[in-house]
Design a protein around this ligand. Structure first.
Ligand code: SAH
Ligand code: SF4
Length: 444
């Protein structure tokens, strides 16, 4: 979501006359978009800000002004702290206030050291400028579209409900218009995103509620959409209709990122996840019945307060039972203001690290096995950039791996049928056998 948000902020700045640069030394405006989900991500910002302060001073000596903005969830949660620890910051702006950037940038003298972290009554999406077609083209063949933000679930470890606020869905029509703009400028693959994307409940023009399955069905009809994905989902919002969409929507990629977090029911209850391991396994079985070639991915937290070795073994057991194509795993990071942060039974860092290594070893093995199982199969790959070598291009498989193939740069931006000839830990190699037509997409 931060990738998407950064792009939308760049669009806003573009309207104000700024152009993007790859050299921070050249930037009159620097916006740091930040993540608060784990402590490591959050702490990085202060070291980055130290560097930017020196850069701002160096530019000032050359007579150049620099506006330094901190955006994102660290801005939301630690606005005062940022201002205190780094006075060189001109503006702190939370995720729900990006549409106010033009005014905040124009009012810079007043804005010096300002903090904008209220949850405004107006919806930022109604005020963000549309992305110009040439910018869309420059960003490549795949794009994110935020359809839902915020979360009402309050898992005991998570800052999202506090930093992004409660669940709010964008109207159906606004999302479909945004997708049409993207595909009109050459984007083929769209990932619908939200902190809890499968809780999507947007309204259509007649005011009726639409769920994610209906949104995906409508998006599939838009000319130029060749592949659809969605992330991230909560198990409790995997409705029958959404599972059926994996069977019925030909554009929907055979890939599902469905976080479980832990395999022990005791820990899941302590996390306030409101599902058991068995519920998750049932969903996986139903999704696999709907779409037998689906690949699964998940998120795991190890070392949540109170997690015993036996609890951790339950997580490994779930991983063995499901067989994941990929996954993200983290050690538990206590976040200020969340219920679990002050609980008894905090797990030693050394134990957390050991458990994480054991979990990674198992997940890595599964990922490699999955990648190897694709050798010899023909997959539709959306090529989106040049490869490391001349004459090579890289794209994404339906299952999210990077696929390297010999091919002309003209093939970038297009889908092609590729026979997989090699598999490594995180990528595949293949041979282009034919361009894929939209109708063939997903027929693996
Ligand atoms: N809405 C999604 C996840 C959003 S946060 C869901 O419900 O699953 C993305 C991931 O960050 C989470 O799935 C979780 O695995 C991880 N995460 C969140 N808070 C964390 C914390 N305090 N410590 C470690 N990992 C955390
Ligand atoms: Fe955080 Fe996801 Fe739980 Fe919401 S459902 S509180 S975003 S982990």
């Amino acid at each position: 979501m931060n990738v998407y948000d950064s792009q939308r902020m760049a669009d806003v700045a573009g309207r104000e006359g700024y152009e993007e640069t790859t050299e921070v030394e050249d930037a009159d405006l620097v916006i740091l978009n930040t993540c608060h989900i784990r402590e490591r991500a959050s702490e990085k910002i202060f070291s980055e800000l130290g560097k930017l302060r020196r850069l701002k001073a160096a530019r000032a000596r050359r007579g150049l002004a620099t506006t330094l903005v901190v955006a994102g969830c660290v801005a939301q949660a630690e606005g005062e702290e940022i201002r205190r620890r780094q006075p060189a910051v001109d503006l702190v702006v939370g995720p729900q206030n990006y549409h106010r950037l033009p005014q905040l940038l124009r009012d810079r003298p007043q804005g010096a050291g300002a903090i904008e972290t209220e949850f405004p009554v107006e919806n930022k999406f109604d005020h963000l400028p549309p992305t110009p077609a040439r910018t869309i083209r420059a960003r490549g063949a795949t794009a994110f579209v935020t359809v839902q933000e915020g979360c009402d679930k309050f898992c005991a470890f998570c800052v999202v409900p506090y930093t992004r606020g409660g669940e709010a869905s964008r109207p159906l029509g606004a999302i479909l218009d945004e997708i049409a703009r993207l595909t009109g400028a050459g984007v083929g693959e769209i990932t619908l995103i939200g902190q809890n994307v499968n809780a999507y409940r947007g309204r259509d023009a007649a005011g009726r509620e639409s769920d994610l399955a209906a949104l995906l069905a409508a998006a599939a009809e838009i000319p130029g959409v060749s592949r659809l994905r969605y992330a991230t989902s909560h198990p409790n919002d995997m409705s029958d209709a959404l599972i059926a969409a994996h069977r019925d929507n030909p554009k929907l990629a055979p890939y599902l990122h469905l976080p479980i977090q832990a395999g022990s029911d005791r820990i899941l209850a302590a996390m306030n996840r409101k599902h058991r391991a068995r519920d998750y396994l049932d969903i996986v079985a139903r999704v696999r019945r709907a779409r037998p070639d689906i690949a699964l991915s998940s998120d795991f937290i190890v070392g949540f307060p109170g997690e015993t070795d036996a609890d951790f073994r339950d997580t490994l057991a779930v991983v063995r039972e499901v067989g994941f194509a990929s996954a993200y795993a983290f050690t538990y990071s206590p976040r200020p203001g969340t219920p679990a942060a002050d609980r008894d039974g905090q797990v030693d860092d050394a134990v957390k690290t050991e458990r994480l290594a054991e979990l990674f070893a198992l997940l890595d093995k599964q990922r490699l096995a999955f990648n190897r199982s694709l050798v010899g199969r023909r997959l539709d790959v959306l090529f989106d950039k040049p490869g490391r070598r001349v004459g090579q291009i890289v794209g994404r498989s339906p299952y999210m791996q990077s696929v390297y193939a010999e091919g002309d740069a003209d093939g970038i931006g297009a889908m092609a049928r590729v026979e997989i000839v090699g598999a490594a830990a995180i990528s595949l190699t293949g041979r282009i056998v034919a361009p894929a037509s939209c109708a063939e997409v997903q027929i693996a």
